[in-house]
Design a protein around this ligand. Structure first.
Ligand code: SIN
Length: 515
């Protein structure tokens, strides 16, 4: 492979959003997909629950819209949320036509389940609890034939000159450099779950898309809103593993160690309350909380992936210990309907983007929906426009990182202790000072994938901590112990961040909460 080439469209990341846009564009454009590990590795592959969409007569886009904005604590972008839920049925049909085999009932109709904060059973799933895998396998088969795929290359930085993106450069496994120029760059790198020690996210999801876009001058926003999934398996010595909310949708109940129902008296929707409410309830309980699966019929058939992980012969009699884990970042690189960021020719789709459709707390199974809806919207834009003119001389510039950097585990502890399920000013200030101490240090050019990764983790963590410090209220995935109520003056207000003249450590002063 040439270490310097041009492609019409460069997709960075290989989850459902990235692979779908690659496939949609490939009939008319030359598309290159570059991913930091193997093609199949992403959060999308791990998605168990399914894809939420209105596909029955007794459901309506208005109901799906209302459930989405209520879970999002009315922080959602209403216009794009309406688009999201109205396009659901059409996009599910597109996936079926591409070959995705959603599960069916005995009578041949599609099987639909309920998850937290949905008032209707509208979640289509595949392979029981392996929806993400089914979508990914279908898309991988297609893109392998239609696009150029480069694995094991980590994006280090975007090539940007005068506000116009012209490509990106990458590091291979032995630090080998690859520079790719492109008419359009699509960031599809996922969120930031790996900034926390307990997470449902794939090991590759370390917040790099947000850090890169920020360094490139793009606006990032809503970074204080991190969703913690209530039910990560908490067995002794276990590696983190998600137990789908669909288990509670099928009758699973959270109970305390003395067998009392945890959610009684805490929310009208009990175990299916929004995730932020359930996660806080678990975190506030002093002893272990269990997921009682005795009311779930046919557990092993309905949830084969979970049953095999838990190694249960008969899950119906089990109580499974659970704890919350970092799951989904609502904020990200700010985009419009077409995935366009504030940097010309740079698009963001999937979890790395902030379209505003999730508000302060994402509704369950709306993330695959967002990925497919906005991959289509962005593809439509790219196919019908010409790129903004680029500076052809723009070239690789080394990425300067602090000489002294912390261990990734230190960043994760800091985020968990101070920017976790609950936050307060003193803790946030500690995190900001500690993370900022490293960022302010003397710099040297990055020489390994590990250095680039830790630098991105540091920058994204600092942005999240400072954003959380600025929002002096509680809303959805951002809960301040010192400001426990939502405030009217923060409703629909976004904390947006943008770098100025590379003095990025001072951006907290220069960033603004837009009122
Ligand atoms: C789950 O299956 O509980 C996760 C699905 C989602 O986050 O939408």
């Amino acid at each position: 492979m040439d270490n310097n080439f041009h492609t019409e469209v460069l997709v960075i990341g290989s989850g459902v959003a990235g692979l779908l846009i690659a496939e949609l564009l490939s009939a008319e454009k030359n598309v290159t997909v570059i991913t930091r590990s193997e093609l199949g590795r992403s959060n999308s592959r791990l998605a168990q629950g399914g894809i939420a969409a209105v596909t029955t007569e007794d459901d309506s886009w208005a109901d799906h819209f209302f459930d989405t904005i209520q879970a999002g604590v009315f922080h959602n972008n209403d216009e794009l949320t309406e688009l999201l839920v109205k396009k659901g049925g059409e996009r599910v049909k597109q996936l079926i036509e591409m070959g995705v085999a959603f599960d069916r009932n005995m009578d041949g109709s599609y099987s639909r389940c309920r998850e937290g904060a949905h008032r209707k059973p509208r979640i289509l799933h595949a392979g029981g609890d392996a929806t993400g895998k089914e979508l990914m396998d279908t898309l991988i088969k297609r893109v392998k034939k239609s696009c150029m795929i480069i694995e094991h290359h980590t994006a280090a930085d975007l090539l940007v000159e005068k506000g116009v993106c012209a490509g990106a450069w990458f590091m291979g496994e032995e630090g080998k450099l690859l520079t790719v120029k492109a008419d359009y760059v699509i960031l599809a790198t996922g969120g930031a779950g790996q900034l926390y020690p307990i997470t449902s996210n794939d090991a590759s999801v370390t917040g790099d898309g947000i850090a890169m876009a920020f360094r490139a001058g793009a606006t990032v926003s809503d970074l204080e809103f991190m969703q913690f999934h209530p039910t990560m398996y908490a067995g002794k010595g276990a590696s983190p593993f998600l137990i789908s909310e669909a288990v509670r949708g099928e009758g699973g109940r959270l109970v305390t160690s003395s067998g009392q129902r945890l959610m009684e008296g805490k929310h009208d929707l009990l175990d299916l309350a929004p995730r932020d409410v359930v996660s806080r309830a678990i975190a506030e309980e002093r002893s272990l909380v269990y997921l009682d699966t005795s009311s779930v019929s046919n557990f092993n058939d309905r949830f084969p992936t979970i049953a095999s992980y838990l190694n249960l012969d008969d899950a119906s009699s089990k109580r499974v210990p659970v704890q919350p884990g970092a799951h989904f970042l609502m904020g990200g690189v700010e985009t419009d309907r077409y995935g366009r960021t504030t940097v010309a020719n740079l698009f963001a789709i999937g979890e790395v983007a902030n379209t505003g459709v999730h508000g302060a707390n994402r509704l369950a199974s709306n993330s695959l929906l967002e990925a497919v809806v906005f991959a289509n919207e962005s593809a439509t834009w790219v196919l019908n426009h010409t790129p903004i003119q680029q500076d052809v001389s723009v070239t690789f510039q080394p990425l300067h990182i602090p000489i002294s950097m912390p261990a990734a585990s230190m960043i994760r502890s800091m985020m968990s202790d101070y920017v976790g399920i609950t936050r307060h000013a003193a803790g946030l200030t500690t995190a900001i000072n500690e993370l900022g101490f490293y960022l302010k240090g003397r710099k040297k050019p990055a020489s390994s994938v590990e250095e680039v990764t830790v630098y991105n983790m540091l920058q994204t963590s600092w942005l999240m901590a400072t954003s959380a410090h600025m929002r002096t209220e509680s809303r959805g995935g951002h809960h301040r112990l010192d400001f426990p109520q939502s405030k009217q003056r923060f409703q629909q207000k976004r904390i947006t961040r943008r770098i100025f003249e590379d003095e990025w450590i001072t951006t907290e002063k220069k960033s603004r909460a837009v009122f």
